[in-house]
Design a binder for this molecule. Sequence first.
Ligand SMILES: [Zn+2]
Ligand SMILES: [Zn+2]
Ligand SMILES: [Zn+2]
Length: 367
Amino acid sequence: MEISTPKKPPPIYIHNILNINSMINELKTLDCGGFRHITVENNKVKLNMDLIDGYRKVIDYLKTHQAEFHTYQIKSDKAFRVVIRGLHHSCNIEFMMSKLKELGYEPIQMLPVRHPITKLPLPLFFLDLKHNPKNPEIYSLSRLYNGIIKAEPPKPRKTIVQCMRCQQFGHTRNFCNQTARCVKCEGLHPTEKCNKPKDTPPICTNCKGNHPANYRGCPEHIRLQRGATRHQTIPYRSQPAPGTSSLDKTSASPPELKKVPAQDAPFSDIHRESSNRPLYSSIAASSVNKQGVPQGSILAPFLYLIYTHDIPTPKSDSLTVAQFADDIAVLSKGDTGEEVTTNLQNFLQEIEKWNKKWRTAMNTNKS
Ligand SMILES: [Zn+2]
Ligand SMILES: [Zn+2]
Ligand SMILES: [Zn+2]
């Protein structure tokens, strides 16, 4: 028999608290159970509720009062996500889900996965299951109807998350009730309502630099990514063994900044899409590096230069390549738009070959 320990609700970060006493009094009127609070920044309070029920009451209350806050998803609300390999992309998803139901699982959805660069469909699906003690058994499932499959836990998220509503890091839009900020102009409006003229440079709301707030090279992003990596440990990054009971590896919403599994910046962008690559976070906790360079070490920049010394260089005058750390910009010129695109495309194919050879990948978010 499974004995499940009650899960603690995630913290709630409430902003603009001008009077802590009135906050406490309001909470007491809600009959929401015990709670603890700590002031983390000047007017920002981190609130931990003892009970999930109390947590939900407080969230409802804050929403109806349009309070500025952010939080994270309750662990038990997250689906149990599994990666299914080996099924053809054209397979009948509904039918496969019905077969899973017959086996005793409770599938919520099955999502086909595409290659991040080529966008071609892959023999790969994300399967979300409702919580059920049976779920870990799926890792030993090798057949689904007539198909030979392999079920694996998803890989941990490598980069720090950013909220598409308020542009801050460490939480996601679905759990944010803060004032919307534009990704392009730092204005207090949702990005889709932005009317910044095209020729006006963007302003980042996080660092005030002239780039959109979701630019990975933003100094604020790099700083937080480094911080997240410093708190990272090898066991957290490694894949859980199939059949283990560590259920929630799907974390789209990290519980705390320090627990975000993340790659080191700034030398990792080009390798960021590569997988299963442990870090040498300390001498005591070293492990095998199958591709890329070990990050977070003093040698990383030097190793990175060696690793990328044979990166393709353009053979024609119409292309210029500019490199800074692991960022590569390619400038193409020509008499027609078509010529510009063709030159660029040919060179990207060279880069893609190089990526394949050295088992790295371009970061498509920045391309
Ligand atoms: Zn937010
Ligand atoms: Zn705007
Ligand atoms: Zn910035």
